[in-house]
Design a protein around this ligand. Structure first.
Ligand code: AVI
Length: 328
């Protein structure tokens, strides 16, 4: 153990492209058009997301970082001694370092399983993490963590040990699921982490201007992130989206308490994909993401409905963001 090597079955490129093609064709065929936000995260999309996290307007990342820094010791206590850690949607593996640094060597986690859909990004991040934490066995899992069958190798590795299991799901990625998907994810995590706990970052409802700025940054990085979906479809699926003829559009929808991101067609146009043609009317939308915002009580109630027992919650002074400990 100790090397940064993939466990489980990495997503095969061909199978992943076939799934993207199928889902995009379905997305363009229905009314209203909508596609799952997981397709943002190819290598370029993951790199753009990393840039979003550094934007002055995008408060979630640095606020969560401050909360994790201020309470790292309490969090380490909740995680317990020598745990196995599973991080869902692990991205660049930056936040886990902060938690790892909060442990005394005797109690430090032994195995770390970062799960992410973007295999390339995950592999290089895992190698860097292992170089900096040589005592930690880093075992990346390239998978869609909503698909339990893709987590079979991970589940078997966890089963093979009697260590406490702890999940980490930062960044309010849980907000990118619809409520029933969020509950399904939490139930899946509870099964995987049986007897352990889950640390979840959850963005909070707040005045809409702050939300609006966070998803409409002045440098246009969020716009590039949104539009990257079309570029990716052109590169990987041979689609012919004219990226200049679509615009990023994001707004807060207060009834559903979510930020919605759309790509709007700037003119009437036809797009070819997988041997088919799809017409966009001028102003027509492809809905690409929801980012739900929660109250603390609302999120705790969701966790209870999925079988967790909510523990401590940490937040910042302005109550922009929250970090929840849940026992499974
Ligand atoms: C990953 N996820 C929590 C981000 C969010 O805020 O919903 C993705 C994102 N979309 C636009 N900006 C960032």
């Amino acid at each position: 153990a100790g090397a940064a090597e993939f466990v489980g079955s990495p997503l095969r490129k061909g199978a992943a492209a076939a799934e993207f093609a199928r889902d995009l064709v379905a997305a363009l065929s229905k009314t209203p058009r909508s596609i799952a936000p997981k397709y943002f995260y190819d290598a370029a999309g993951s790199a753009l997301f990393d840039r979003i996290c550094e934007l002055p307007e995008y408060y979630p990342t640095r606020t969560e970082w401050r909360i994790l820094t201020s309470h790292a010791h309490d969090i380490a206590q909740c995680m317990g001694s020598r745990a196995d850690i599973v991080e869902f949607g692990a991205g660049s593996l930056a936040k886990i370092r902060l938690l790892l640094d909060a442990f005394v060597p005797r109690d430090a986690p032994r195995r770390y399983f970062p799960v992410d859909i973007s295999a390339e990004h995950l592999d290089s991040a895992a190698r860097k993490l292992h170089a900096d934490y040589p005592q930690l066995s880093v075992q990346p899992v390239a998978a869609d963590y909503m698909k339990e069958e893709q987590l079979a190798g991970l589940a078997a590795s966890l089963e093979a040990s009697s260590q406490r299991r702890v999940g980490f799901f930062p960044g309010s990625t849980i907000g990118n699921f619809d409520p029933d998907e969020a509950a399904a994810f939490l139930r899946l995590a509870a099964r995987l982490l049986r007897g352990g706990g889950l640390l979840v970052g959850v963005d909070l409802v707040k005045e809409p201007q702050t939300l609006h700025r966070a998803y409409n940054d002045a440098q246009g990085v969020t716009a590039a992130f949104n539009l990257n979906l079309l570029r990716r479809a052109n590169d990987e699926l041979g689609a012919d989206f004219d990226v200049k003829k679509f615009a990023h559009y994001a707004f807060y929808e207060p009834v559903k308490q979510r930020v919605e991101m759309h790509l709007l067609s700037l003119c009437a146009q036809t797009v070819r994909l997988a041997g088919r043609e799809f017409a966009f009317e001028e102003g027509g939308s492809l809905h690409t993401e929801n980012s739900y915002k929660f109250t603390i009580e609302g999120f705790r109630a969701l966790a209870v409905s999925a079988g967790f027992v909510p523990g401590p919650v940490w937040t910042d002074e302005a109550r922009l963001f929250s970090v929840h400990w849940l026992e499974s």
